[in-house]
Structures are given as C-alpha cells and as structure tokens.
Design a protein around this ligand. Structure first.
Ligand code: PLP
Length: 408
C-alpha cells in the first residue's frame, strides 16, 4: 500500500518545544525512545483540567468531581478502544510500565512455587528483569533467558526448547528500546499458552509505532507508558485479562480500592478499582487519552511508513562513516539506531552532539545484559519519531562526523 507521506512541517508546529534552541542551535530531538515530546493539543488538555475542573474523582457528589470522573473514565474508554480491549475494567491506570510490571510480578508471588520457571528475553529493559528476579527470590522460582543472536533477534528455536510444563510466565518486550527489534510476540504468546504459561508483553516501546490489537494477540498482560506516546510522565496502563485480574491480589492498599473496611477485614472493590489505590494521576490519565487521540489523528499506518523511511535514510547515511557499527540489525525493526564508532566512547560522542543541539541517548539504555552480550560499555542511540525530518538526520550525520574528527 502506498501512503501519502506525512506533512511533517505542519505537525512540527504542534510541538512548542521543537521551536527552541539548545546551545545556540535549533534543537534536534532524537531521544524519542526515552520520552516523546508533547503536542499543544495535549498541553491544552492539561491546562484546561487544572484551570476548570480539578477535583478528586469517584467520590464527590459535586459538579467538578463529576466532570473530572467523567473525563477520567472517558480516557479509560479511549485506551480500551485504541488497543481493542474487550472490557473497560481490564484497563488499569498505573504510573507507567514499571509500575504495571511490578503490579503483576507482585501478584504472581501467590501463584509461583519452587521449581516453577519464568522466561524473560535477553533484550529486556531493567524494569522487565528486576521485578522477576525479585519474584523468583521470594518464591523459589527460576529465571531463564531466551537468547538472542548477533543481529539482535530472539533465537526462537531456543525459546521453544525452553518452554515446558514448568514454565508459568513468559515476559518479553514487544519492541526493544535499545535495539529497535520488533519481536515475534504472536508466536511467543501462542507457544506459551500451549504449555499453560501466562504472557506479559512490555509494549512501552511499541506503543509509539504500532497500534496493538490485544484481543487478536490473546495476550494476558500488556503494559505501556503515556510519556512515550506524546502524553505526560507518571501515567500508564496495565492491560490484564479479566480472569487474571480477578485472581491477582491487590498491589497496594488504600482508599479507592476497597468495598468495605472494618478493623477485622476488608473486602476489595471490583475491577479496575481493586488495583487503583489512592488518588490517581487524574489529569495525566485524561491527557493520556488526548495523546492517543492526537496520534490516531495522524494515523499509525502513516507514522509507521514515514518512520521506516527515516530509519532507512539514517541507516544508509550513518553507515558511510568509517568505523561506525550499528547494534540491532534485525529484519524487523523500528526507528531506533544504536551505534558506536571504533575507539570512541559513546559518552564523548553524545557530549559533542549536545553542543550542537542534538539530543541522543548514550549509555546502556537500561539494558545492561544487551551491552554485555556485545561486550561494549554502551552505545549512542538515536531514536526517531514522526515529527523528525531528513534534515535532522543530516544534522546528526554531520555531527557524528565532526565528533569523530575531533576524537580520533
Ligand atoms: C521506557 C521503557 C520502559 C520503562 O517505562 P517507564 O515509563 O520508565 O516505567 C520499559 N520497557 C521498555 C521497552 C521501555 O522502552
């Protein structure tokens, strides 16, 4: 299918921050895998909330509380529709992916026994490794790793060999934040279900690029953070199948999550409130919904098509630089390029790029096991969004060449 390419010049006008300068140079923001920028349409929703109907939700009878509750619940419905989720109470608002994963890992303490196994992929973000290690320590379960190859793709034959009736849980990111690899999650989910294991997919890095259909995937849990899809920080989603969310114990106790409290016993509220103790990030939840509206307004097919163009353009231009190696060359990947130049520390390249107004990430990208795999301290990572341009890619390439000349 041939797509009309995006009107990026017009889109960029939606993002006030893209007009600013850094170190006297126009900002070139290429750290989208860490967090995305926020369009005026979402900023307006945040301002409107605090100016006009800031109130606590689900409790007051007064008008403001009702308006805030309606807007918050409308946002939950938007998220439900966006991911084709069967029931709105399967959408749990959290503070983000990390919180979502910890909620599930904590809940599984009740189900996991000594000898049970948890599989995680070799290319996980720390937030998708540490909670499972903690879970295994608490329960006597064993953590096993699905290995990857030099291209940065999971070795699926090994995955299938690791699956046994001892496997209770499989965790994998949909897209790797460090390498950009799009993992074959359909195959991962289907095979895990055949041995009776549950699957959690970390969708934090996929959500900005792919609109996942969670019913079609038949996944048990899926997590995202609003700040990677043009929304604010401090809010995200845990999707869980109703049957699982009913079985899992609550993560935190407090207000909002109870049905009845006496000093002898508390009964928990129905879903989703059972997992939403305390006053949530109300404004953030509403803005999260607005952010999905904004991205859908541009269109995920158009976004994917345009970002692929940027990825190919940037890959070709960067590879011309002698001594530059790209980590993560999977056949299926998104617009993330992790690279190093022989003999130069990634941090030094990042520092010079910053002087030129170019924002990239340097370091291990919260994925130290991947760096160990390649035996490197870290990489420079440029990650592109639909609001980036080919001219910005050119600036990056010029900047990297300059850094190389200065450093070798
Ligand atoms: C960003 C990211 C996370 C962590 O998200 P938080 O918003 O920091 O909780 C987890 N996994 C992946 C793949 C990510 O890209």
């Amino acid at each position: 299918m041939i797509q009309a390419t995006l009107d990026v010049a017009t889109i960029r006008k939606d993002f006030p921050i893209l007009q600013r300068e850094v170190n006297g140079k126009p900002l070139v923001y290429l750290d989208n895998a860490a967090t995305s920028q926020t369009p005026r349409q979402v900023i307006d929703v945040i301002v409107d909330y605090y100016q006009n109907y800031n109130a606590n939700i689900h409790r007051g009878v007064h008008a403001l509380s009702q308006e805030a509750t309606d807007a918050y619940e409308a946002a939950r419905k938007k998220i439900q529709e966006h991911f084709n989720i069967a029931k709105s109470h399967e959408v749990i608002f959290t503070s983000g992916t990390t919180h979502s994963i910890n909620l599930v890992a904590n809940g599984f303490s009740s189900f996991l026994k000594k000898g049970d196994e948890v599989l995680v992929s070799a290319m996980e973000h720390h937030s998708n490794i540490v909670p499972w290690q903690m879970l295994c320590e608490r329960t006597g379960g064993t953590l096993k790793v699905i290995p990857m190859n030099q291209e940065g793709e999971l070795i699926m034959e090994e995955y299938h060999k690791l699956l046994t009736e001892r496997t209770k849980l499989v965790f994998c990111n949909h897209i790797s934040n460090a390498l950009g690899t799009i993992n074959p999650i359909e195959e991962i989910i289907e095979a895990a279900h055949k041995v009776g294991a549950a699957v959690l997919i970390d969708g934090a890095q996929a959500a900005p690029h792919i609109r996942a259909d969670l019913q079609a995937l038949d996944v048990d849990f899926y997590t995202i953070s609003a700040h990677k899809v043009c929304g604010p920080t401090g809010v995200g989603m845990l999707y869980g199948k109703e049957e699982w969310l009913k079985k899992l114990p609550p993560y935190q106790g407090g207000g909002e999550m109870i049905a009845e409290v006496t000093f002898e016993k508390t009964t928990y509220a129905d879903l989703p409130h059972k997992f939403e103790a305390g006053t949530p990030n109300i404004c953030g939840g509403i803005a999260f919904g607005a952010a999905l509206d904004y991205m859908n307004g541009i269109g995920f097919d158009e976004i994917a098509h345009y970002e692929e163009e940027l990825l190919h353009y940037a890959t070709e231009k960067l590879l011309v630089i002698e001594g530059l190696r790209i980590y993560g060359t999977a056949a299926k990947k998104t617009s993330v390029i992790s690279f190093n130049i022989e003999g130069i520390h990634p941090y030094d390249i990042g520092t010079i790029l910053d002087k030129l107004g170019i924002a990239v990430r340097t370091g291990h990208h919260c994925a130290q096991p991947i760096m160990d795999f390649y035996q490197i301290p870290g990489t420079v990572r440029a990650s592109f969004s639909f609001y980036n341009t080919k001219e910005e890619v050119d600036s990056l390439v010029e900047g990297v060449k300059r850094a190389k000349n200065m450093l070798v």
